[in-house]
Design a protein around this ligand. Structure first.
Ligand SMILES: NC(=O)C1=CN([C@@H]2O[C@H](COP(=O)(O)OP(=O)(O)OC[C@H]3O[C@@H](n4cnc5c(N)ncnc54)[C@H](O)[C@@H]3O)[C@@H](O)[C@H]2O)C=CC1
Ligand SMILES: O=C(CO)COP(=O)(O)O
Length: 440
């Protein structure tokens, strides 16, 4: 090799090494920036979210907690009761029975119990779907929950408090898990609030996720989230329900998981209505994404961690319900979009659509507390104030300058900065001689 060639090769090597070092430094700086951004978001979330309530051991009756750490990890040894024989209670009870748990489904109607036990089918809510033959049925509440490890509640939100009052005399150490996705009428209480009020000594969790009951019965792979302060309870629920077709993820953000399940029903109604108007994919995507923004904003204001809304119980459930006719809330919205009144739509559905009440609760709470929830208010105006849907939808498009993700760039900043820029540009146009010429 000549000296010149060697010098060129060395120079090229040096240049490569320097380029590599630069690119590594750039990658590191970009990663640092991203980590910094994430740390900022998490930090803000931690500041805005209310401190989580941990169980206060001194307030918990000893006989109630003593069972929890001893919950059998082997699902075949778990004893469960599921209260509420609608589509979701039945689907969850069936999953647990298939896993070998000793499971009793409590249904208030004696005749329904007889029919289910005879046919191994819930003819009214899940017709055509065979239930596991090991599943037990009862209409006797005390017997159904006696000696159980966990009681799952799958009654509609309007019946939740009364159901807790009914089981209170028979609680001897069972843990509770709410499957209900709604808010109590007129109180804005979530199911976890009601449990804390009615049975403050009981260990509990809430479960929520993209879980259309019919798809679960069809063994379509699905997943959900169990949120609880109690690790043994989270593990027990995972062990009881996890299967090849159903994954159970864990969280300790009870409020966030529960709010995801309750709030998405509002937007499922909006999406069902939008579908009736035959809107385009861009419009659906905008609605869905701004719905997520509303949900997480509302969540932060009421004590949830906004990052929870990125999980299965947030965006996951929003996606499932906002695009499927299997969702009763979506169907209600679709009927409204086709000109039916809310009362007629609810009557025709004949099943639980929690969103109908949740819209009213959230509209009132957001108005009272000044939480910016334009989609919810718009939907409320269409459903309960008889406003024309198209006009309300177009008004939404004029809501001013907002930032995309407010936890990355807060709205005030984006609004103020954008307004200032627009005003400056406007002033420049009016001042410039060319603009006055053009306007003549
Ligand atoms: N169906 C689904 O795909 C899912 C439903 N959920 C939630 O589960 C809860 C229950 O929903 P579904 O089972 O779908 O409802 P559903 O409309 O299919 O059935 C409701 C059941 O509750 C019973 N019920 C009504 N009032 C009662 C009372 N006062 N006492 C005892 N039982 C009473 C009804 O007889 C019926 O068996 C709702 O909050 C819903 O949002 C959650 C996840 C999925
Ligand atoms: O919550 C659900 C699926 O995750 C069921 O939705 P609907 O109550 O709208 O049917």
């Amino acid at each position: 090799m000549t000296n010149a060639k060697k010098t060129n090769k060395d120079a090229a090597k040096k240049a490569d090494a320097s380029a590599e070092a630069k690119s590594k430094a750039a990658a590191k700086s970009s990663a640092d920036k991203q980590n910094g951004l994430l740390a900022g978001i998490i930090g803000r979330a931690a500041k805005t979210a209310r401190p989580r309530r941990k169980l206060d051991p001194s307030a918990v009756a000893v006989d109630v907690v003593k069972n929890m750490p001893q919950l059998p990890k082997d699902p075949t040894k778990l004893r469960l009761a599921v209260l509420g024989g609608g589509s979701f209670g039945t689907a969850m009870a069936n999953l647990a029975a298939k896993n070998g748990c000793d499971t009793t489904l409590w249904v208030r109607n004696k005749r329904t119990v007889k029919s289910m036990a005879k046919l191994h089918m819930n003819k009214k809510y899940l017709p055509g779907h065979k239930l596991d033959e090991r599943l037990h049925y009862s209409h006797d509440l005390a017997a159904a929950i006696k000696d159980k490890d966990i009681i799952f509640l799958a009654v509609p939100s309007m019946a939740f408090r009364q159901t807790l009052k009914n089981i209170k005399p028979f609680i001897t150490g069972q843990a509770l898990v709410s499957l209900t996705k709604g808010m109590e009428k007129d109180t804005f209480a979530l199911m976890s609030d009601i449990i804390r009020e009615e049975l403050p000594e009981v260990n509990f969790g809430v479960m929520s996720g993209p879980n259309l009951a019919v798809e679960i019965m069809q063994n379509m792979p699905s997943a959900t989230v169990i949120a609880s302060d109690s690790e043994p309870l989270r593990h027990a629920v995972q062990a009881a329900l996890h299967s090849a077709f159903f994954r159970v993820f864990a969280s300790d953000d009870i409020r966030g998981v529960e709010l995801g399940g309750a709030l998405k029903n509002i937007y499922a109604i909006a999406m069902g209505m939008a579908a009736a108007y035959d809107v385009g994919e861009n419009t659906k995507a905008m609605l869905l994404t701004r719905a997520l923004a509303e949900m997480s904003r509302f969540g932060v204001e009421t004590g949830a961690n906004p990052l929870t809304f990125l999980g299965l119980s947030g965006v996951g459930d929003l996606y499932a319900t906002c695009g499927s006719e299997l969702s009763r809330n979506y169907r209600i919205g679709n009927m409204l979009g086709r000109g039916m009144s809310i009362d007629a739509a609810v009557k025709k559905l004949g099943q639980t659509a929690e969103g109908v009440n949740t819209i009213q609760q959230v509209h009132e709470k957001a108005s009272k507390d000044g939480i910016y929830m334009p989609i919810t208010h718009a939907l409320y105006a269409v459903i309960y104030e008889d406003k024309a849907a198209l006009g309300v939808a177009l008004n939404l498009m004029e809501a001013g300058f907002r930032s995309d993700v407010e936890f990355v760039m807060p709205h005030d900043h984006s609004n103020a900065a954008l307004r200032a820029q627009m005003q400056a540009a406007q002033a420049e146009r009016t001042d410039s001689p060319t603009s006055s010429k053009a306007s003549k």
